[in-house]
Design a protein around this ligand. Sequence first.
Ligand code: T4K
Length: 372
Amino acid sequence: MNKEIYVTRPFLPPLEEFLPSLEKIWENKILTNGGPFHQQFEDELAKFLGVPYLSLFTSGTLALITSLQALRITGEVITTPFTFVATSHALTWNGVKPVFVDIDKATLTIDPLKIEAAITPLTTAILPVHVYGLPCATDEIERIAEVYGLKVIYDAAHAFGVRLRNGVSLCAVGDISVLSFHATKVFTTFEGGAVICQDAKTKRRLDDLKNFGFVDEVTNVAPGINAKMNEMQAALGLLQLRYIGGALNRRAEIFQRYREAFAAVAGLRLHPIPEGLSYNYSYFPIFVEASFPMTRDELYDSLRKQGIFGRRYFYPLVSNFPMYRGLPSAAASNLPFATDIANRVLCLPIYPDLSAADQDRVIKAVTTAGKG
Ligand code: T4K
């Protein structure tokens, strides 16, 4: 049996470069609650991403949950079913009802043309997802939000480092953008996340909320939570910033190689990367069309038998999970494109340390399947 190849592996810097930070933490005995590494990482990350205000969190999910609290989101929120469950679960944890809107096949993100029809008097926000780091139709979404007085919170868990054609960070748009630094993400601090916002007041509220609602020793202003990034995570994040450029370049090379190898395989569709986008190559989704000799699930199983563990991100659709499938907006008839895409997608292994030999194995396994 060949060695197993996973959909991703975390990029980690050399251990010996991390050890001095650990020694410092052991010396300081400051482990959390906004210590020196936390403050430095927050500043450097905001500069790196080119964003105005940033607050670090223990995970992308807690960052999402707390963002919704910070903006006092209630009632209904319009979102996409083609995402990881955390997007909708964050709404549910806030007692807010998700309203699912279909995706646009051209962007794989929420279809802006279908948002207005889903707005009701209870709608308070839109929660779109830059799925695979591909930008949502941000201009159109902001326009709708402006007209209807809605907040926009982007789930930017996949969008680390992506810049739009004009050089603006994709995370700098909307009222809030939420990043994830989970082990499976382009940029990792083991677990972790960040919220990007547009003004100091919102950052302060986020900072208070992630620390139980405490403003000072005796003043508690809201029923907050504990979502503070600790010093070990922050120290790792600082070191990761030194390596992220090289890691993204490696991803770009593998992405390009796959694209060339699969371009001519009949029945496989690849998603185009928008022109001028400075992309992060976070995922490599392929879409298995009816003309391919196998179904998507047959291809998924066949690769697994060869030790290649691709993942069907995102199948099943979030709207098909038990806690959501009873909602009127969860009906498959309301979500035809998302349903189709979720049934066709397979994400292939891509990560900086994926060796040329392992890339060859993936390419051979997929192209051989394509020959029937
Ligand atoms: N919004 C969106 C759009 C998201 O995609 C996510 C997370 C969130 C919000 C929430 O952010 P966080 O709260 O997680 O920060 C994974 C992750 O657990 C999840 O973080 C991620 N999205 C989602 C897309 O994928 P699984 O169930 O696929 O993970 P798992 O454990 O099967 O890992 C996949 C492969 O990665 C493994 O086969 C091997 C490799 N791996 C994984 C881990 C955890 C490693 O090599 N090392 C590791 O430590 O959900």
